[in-house]
Ligand binder design. Structure first.
Ligand code: ATP
Ligand code: MG
Length: 377
């Protein structure tokens, strides 16, 4: 898709702003707290959901809760470049309306599924350097983006896990009745756990191949990124989707093996909820050894890989929003992001004016106190 234009009225600190975008690169530069991320958020609400997950009222300008917020985004789909579509987001008090070509969308989430965009926010660095749960959430998000049943499979698994953990919490080691109930839950956990693991691994190789490709393009040195899905069921050994029965047997055996430990710990110590993803640069674990710039580069490579996966799944090329992506990156890496991601229309925010020095195309806006001034490229 291509975003042609945007108008924003009374959205957080942006009173009024109008944009006609470049089909490739759009940069918003300015000091901290001027409205750059607010603008990214204004785009995201038109896609059905703010990435900040705010309470709706928080989008209204401070101290002016009676005004109407209005954001209008015009775009074309890649397979119909001559037909302009419009999404309007309007909000009064806590009530908002989202319209697609004038027709009200009752289910905003549907729009979120249909209009694909990829966003990098600084919090995404936790995918690389944070707890395993951040990585599991990420891989579940990507798996669900490609296959919409993944989250329901995960919910089934988590429900069974909660039930079993409740029994573990309330049982003692010699409790025979509890042991029978636990065994029965283990069957459900192994069955649903296999679904979750297969759902994750089905697209994992594609994601990791694309991330490795982009990581190689971002860095100037000879650095290689490798990603690995590390399962507590297979002790880190690779597995595929072609033998779910074999994986189920392994799951059951692992649960039997750890039964004593989980009775002591009072929770299930192995399974899809304990799996992790490792990122290595030249075979060294990124979590322990990577520099800030390398961690950021991995996160960006992942986002570009995500976009590439969307391209493979639909006719439409997603747009990419990169909020505050350039800090901590050296000139080579910054220049790649600004000048060489030519497959996608990108929107970049940055605090640093020198980001624009080597910028030979696209459009740049100066952002000051919620106002946007277009500069010559
Ligand atoms: P940084 O470079 O630090 O990320 P930024 O330009 O991205 O800064 P934003 O997050 O867009 O900054 O926020 C800009 C300003 O908008 C902040 O000072 C914030 O307090 C303010 N702001 C947030 N919500 C509202 C609101 N509802 N009404 C008015 N101002 C708001
Ligand atoms: Mg910001």
């Amino acid at each position: 898709m291509l975003i042609k234009s945007l108008t924003v009225r009374n959205f957080r600190n942006i009173a009024s702003a109008d944009f006609i975008f470049d089909p490739k690169v759009n940069i918003f530069t300015g000091n901290n707290a001027q409205g750059k991320t607010n603008l990214c958020e204004a785009i995201s609400v038109c896609f059905g959901k703010s990435f900040r997950n705010p309470r709706t009222k928080e989008l209204l300008p401070f101290g002016d809760h009676d005004c109407e917020t209005a954001v209008e985004l015009c775009f074309t789909f890649d397979n119909m470049p001559d037909k302009e579509n419009t999404i309007t987001y309007t909000q009064k008090n806590s009530t908002f309306r989202l319209k697609f070509n004038g027709i009200e969308m009752k289910d905003a989430e549907k729009l979120y599924g249909a209009l694909r965009y990829v966003i990098f926010i600084p919090e995404d660095l936790y995918i690389v350097k944070g707890d395993p749960s951040a990585r599991r959430d990420y891989i579940d998000f990507v798996s669900n983006m490609i296959n919409r049943v993944h989250i329901s499979k995960l919910n089934e698994y988590n429900k069974a896990l909660r039930q079993k953990n409740n029994i573990l919490m309330n049982s003692r080691e010699w409790d025979g009745a509890a042991a029978m109930m636990i065994d029965s839950w283990n069957d459900t956990i192994a069955r649903t756990g296999v679904n979750v693991m297969c759902g994750r691994i089905r697209y994992f190789d594609m994601l990791s191949e694309a991330a490795d490709k982009y990581y190689g393009m971002i860095n100037s040195a000879d650095e290689k990124l490798t990603m690995k899905y590390e399962s507590t069921i297979t002790d880190g050994a690779p597995f595929g989707v072609d033998d779910p029965m074999g994986l189920y047997e392994m799951y059951r055996a692992k649960l039997r093996e750890t039964a004593e430990k989980e009775l002591r710990m009072k929770y299930t110590v192995v399974g899809a909820h304990r799996d992790d993803i490792s990122f290595c640069i030249n075979n060294m674990p990124a979590k322990d050894f990577a520099s800030q710039g390398q961690i950021r580069s991995i996160a960006v490579a992942l986002k570009l890989a995500e976009a590439e996966m969307i391209c493979g799944k639909s006719d439409d090329i997603p747009i990419i929003i990169l909020d505050d992506v350039l800090s901590e990156l050296d000139e080579y890496r910054r220049s790649f992001i600004i000048n060489h991601i030519d497959k996608f229309q990108i929107f970049i925010t940055s605090c640093n004016l020198s980001d624009t020095e080597k910028f030979g195309h696209g459009k740049i806006w100066d952002v000051k106190n919620g106002s946007f001034e277009l500069k010559e490229a």
